[in-house]
Structures are given as structure tokens and as C-alpha cells.
Design a protein around this ligand. Structure first.
Ligand SMILES: [Zn+2]
Length: 65
């Protein structure tokens, strides 16, 4: 898996963030955003994004293993 960078601010993305992008934007998405930029894009708080990551992990989603 190649490392991805944020489409907006070019910061490096960790695996959880990439997984969350695929969940929220679709697996075919070519644009990946860091948590900070995702907040602005989706108009949610960082806490909500972290909760979503935890939620998908708890479900055993393969994107987060
Ligand atoms: Zn960013």
C-alpha cells in the first residue's frame, strides 16, 4: 500500500485516515483528505471523525485492520 497525502494540504495520511476516506467518500475515491480537511469538507468535528474510525474498527471493517 503506497502512502497517501492529503489532496488539499499535502500532509501525510495514516492508515486509519485513508480507511475513513474510503468509507466516507467511496472506495473508488482518488482524493484523500487528512482529518483536518475532512472536517471542513464534511462539516463535522474531529471527535465525530475519530468516533467513526472507532465505530468501523469495532465492526471489524477490513479497511482498518
Ligand atoms: Zn489536509
Amino acid at each position: 500500500m503506497t502512502s497517501k497525502i492529503c489532496h488539499y494540504c499535502l500532509s501525510k495520511l495514516d492508515r486509519d485516515t485513508v480507511g475513513l476516506n474510503k468509507k466516507l467518500l467511496g472506495r473508488q475515491t482518488k482524493q484523500f483528505l487528512c482529518l483536518k480537511c475532512l472536517q471542513g469538507y464534511l462539516e463535522v468535528t474531529e471527535e465525530e471523525l475519530l468516533e467513526k474510525i472507532q465505530y468501523y474498527k469495532d465492526q471489524g471493517c477490513t479497511l482498518f485492520v
